[in-house]
Design a binder for this molecule. Structure first.
Ligand SMILES: [Zn+2]
Length: 343
């Protein structure tokens, strides 16, 4: 434990190089689980608890070890130490990771798969294994954010992360109220995927999830795991059924009552799953536009106002397309008032 305490104070010291101490959470060591972030006071949904600058950026999608090495070489020695203090998903059982590559996969792609495989089953952490475990998407490439990387995973997370190009930072916002001492978690995979797919996605990080959606008995109708699995299944079904009319064909969708009912059900299910992410904001935005197209400005302004609120709470009012949401609300409000005036 003493070793962990010493390690923790070093990590805190290194982290303050990149980001000053914050008022919202602290990093703690949990035996058997590693490091995690815990609220130091009660916090409200929508709070931006972190805006983190990248430590190491790899500006291409299909990176090789040499790309990470090139970025790593540019770091100061304290930043290098900070990088190697991050969690690494190496040391995985090679039996879980077949090392055969299809003979037609050649050149750079073959090398990339080989390097990733070797890093995963290696006995020691490496530049790649740390990158694999901690990187987050950033435009076309990926980056490691030293503070954001400390948050543990849950398929029922209470926070969400987004790359905000306007401020050039990775933000973490609370999607739900969090009590003092409660762990703040984000989802490393698409939380709406079903359990087996989530388990496969999480295997890449070298752990299996024990959150309430993964750990409970899905066959027992009284458990949260069962209810959550049903909701996620229904969400996937509704997404398939509504996809065609979302976007350019939204006005066509507005003429179909079943489309509107499905969108309303989608919003309800995301809320029940506590998924107050941009996905929910976009469902509300589409509902607002549907109401506008049918002349129902009263419901339209309420949906648009929900869209703006969720968007602001999960990504912030400095997010590049936030104004687009506000503009829809403004426009429908004007139409609503004009309609009242003519009645
Ligand atoms: Zn889980």
């Amino acid at each position: 434990m003493e070793g962990h305490e010493a390690n923790l104070s070093l990590i805190r010291e290194l982290l303050t190089l990149k980001n000053p101490e914050n008022d919202y959470y602290e990093t703690r060591f949990i035996p058997g689980k590693g490091y995690g972030c815990f609220a130091i006071k009660p916090l409200k949904r929508g709070t931006r608890i972190l805006a983190d600058s990248p430590l190491l950026i790899v500006p291409i999608g299909h990176y090789l070890q040499s790309d990470i090495e090139a970025a790593f070489e540019k770091l100061s020695s304290a930043e290098k130490t900070l990088y190697f203090s991050l969690h690494s998903g190496h040391g995985q059982d090679p039996r879980n990771w077949p090392d055969k590559i299809h003979p037609e996969v050649a050149g750079r792609e073959r090398q990339r798969i080989k390097e990733q495989h070797n890093a995963r089953v290696a006995k020691e952490p490496s530049l790649i294994s740390i990158f694999q475990t901690n990187c987050m998407e950033l435009g076309k490439g990926a980056a490691v954010f030293p503070n954001a990387a400390r948050f543990n995973h849950s398929c029922c997370p209470n926070a969400c992360f987004n790359w905000n190009p306007a401020i050039h930072k990775e933000t973490i916002h609370l999607m739900n109220d969090v009590g003092e001492g409660e762990e703040i978690t984000i989802s490393y995979c698409d939380m709406m995927h079903e359990k087996t797919l989530r388990a496969w996605e999480l295997k890449h990080y070298g752990f299996s999830c024990d959150c309430p959606a993964c750990n409970g008995d899905e066959d027992d109708a009284n458990t949260f795991a069962h209810k959550s699995a049903e909701r996620r299944y229904r969400i996937a079904e509704l997404e398939r059924d509504t996809r065609f009319f979302r976007g350019a064909r939204l006005e066509e969708g507005a003429k179909r009552p079943e489309f509107i009912m499905r969108m309303l059900e989608l919003a309800k299910l995301h809320k029940e799953e506590a998924d107050y992410s941009v996905r929910l904001a976009n469902i509300y935005l589409d509902l607002a536009l549907v109401c506008e197209a049918t002349g129902d400005y009263e419901h339209g302004r309420s949906c648009a106002s929900n869209a703006v609120k969720v968007k602001r709470e999960c990504q912030g009012s400095d997010f590049p397309d936030y104004e687009k949401y506000k503009e829809v609300l403004r426009r429908i409000n004007i139409k609503y008032k004009a309609q009242l005036f003519t009645k």
